[in-house]
Design a protein around this ligand. Structure first.
Ligand code: SF4
Ligand code: SF4
Ligand code: FES
Length: 363
């Protein structure tokens, strides 16, 4: 009979020479990560079911002849595990050399996606001889996919299937899948059409988890030649009431992209298409830069702030005098900054003593 792990039970094992505690049911990798043993991974994403494809996370376990994949092997009471030995280093280096032989474009722009530097960073960490196993390659590029958000360059794909798994497990969408095996492996949509003709919701999850930049953020990459460092600012998406945490990417004074925050308490890295890609309005040339006052004939004329604010204040006062406090209802835009939304609700509540205020985030 299958025994269910008791995750309240504390157990002890030896990890990298020291004694450590863990909860029953944890994998060796989870324990090693918590104790900062820096076990390398490629096919692993903590939000997904462990897959055990890349074998980079192998560790030595006393009593087991061959190294085991730590991401799929449960830790057990009394286990003795080594996470770093010359044999493991050689094993990992050879695996990386095999993968690198398929993917020679390892320097991808970090604007490609949240995890896009993972593979390149591992190649820097181990003494990898790129081209050692040079030969056949898998993955046919699909860069002519016309969708406006996701670059699909499978020349850089290493078949970790993180994209396919995140789409199924995290997004529940199953928009992409794997076709064929070995060197003929290809990530495809149903009937191998463009993403626009699939069930893809353009949540961007596959881009965020791709460790090689094979899937890239087309919108962010527009700024790859813009001079300046990329700065990340933590914020909360204003579009709806879920409160997804995001990191806003800026170069100079321009917003160039959005990264989902993997440690966001409400979203744990998930976003929808609006939170992920709908930020162009920030710098859109059609945005108002001056207040407009409506004329009797229905047209608008530009005005200075003092005049516009006075006009608005007169209008609010007139309505209140004539119809009372509950005649005014405030609707704030989901595209306004949080500070503006806060000020708006304060204005309505404090000025009119009503709760007649709303915005699309319902926050
Ligand atoms: S953008 Fe989202 S829905 Fe579309 S393929 Fe990627 S993970 Fe799936
Ligand atoms: S496209 Fe990226 S995430 Fe998907 S299998 Fe290839 S390397 Fe992995
Ligand atoms: S990370 Fe464990 S097998 Fe890939």
């Amino acid at each position: 009979m299958h025994q269910v792990a008791d995750n309240t039970r504390t157990c002890t094992m030896t990890l990298g020479g020291g004694s450590v505690n863990f909860r029953e049911g944890e994998t060796i990798y989870e324990v090693a990560e918590r104790h900062r043993k820096e076990v390398p991974t490629l096919c692993y994403d903590p939000r997904l079911e462990a897959f055990g494809a890349c074998r980079l996370c192998v560790v030595e376990v006393e009593g087991i002849r061959n190294p085991v994949a730590s991401c799929t092997t449960k830790a057990t009471e009394g286990m003795v595990v080594r996470t770093r030995t010359p044999v493991l280093d050689k094993h990992r280096t050879t695996l990386l050399e095999l993968v690198a032989s398929e993917n020679r474009n390892t320097k991808v722009d970090s604007l490609s996606g949240y995890a896009s530097q993972e593979f390149g960073n591992l190649l820097d960490r181990y003494p990898v001889r790129a081209g050692r196993f040079a030969g056949k390659k898998s993955g046919t590029s699909n860069t002519d996919d016309k969708n406006p958000f996701i670059l699909r360059d499978y020349e850089n794909c290493i078949s970790c299937y993180r994209c396919v798994r995140v789409c199924a497990e995290q997004e529940g969408d199953h928009a992409i899948n794997v076709m064929n095996r070995g060197f003929h492996t290809q990530i495809i949509t149903e009937f191998n059409n463009d993403l626009r003709d699939s069930s893809c919701t353009f949540c961007g999850q596959c881009v965020a988890t791709c460790p090689t930049g094979a899937l890239g953020d087309k919108k962010a990459l527009r700024a790859k030649d813009t001079p300046g460092e990329i700065k990340k600012t933590r914020s909360v998406c204003p579009y709806c009431g879920v409160g997804c945490s995001v990191d806003i990417l800026t170069k100079g004074d321009r917003v160039v992209g959005i990264h989902p925050a993997m440690d966001g308490p409400a979203n744990e890295g998930a976003l929808c298409v609006k939170g992920q890609y709908a930020f162009d309005f920030v710098h859109h040339p059609d945005r108002l830069t001056k207040p407009l006052i409506k004329q009797p004939d229905g047209t608008f004329r530009e005005a200075e702030w003092d005049e516009a604010l006075q006009k608005a204040a007169d209008g609010f006062l007139k309505v209140r005098e004539k119809y009372g406090n509950h005649a005014t209802y405030g609707i704030a835009s989901g595209r306004a900054p949080h500070e503006a939304a806060y000020t708006m609700q304060k204005f309505i509540r404090a000025t009119y003593g009503t709760n007649y205020i709303d915005n699309c985030s319902r926050a």
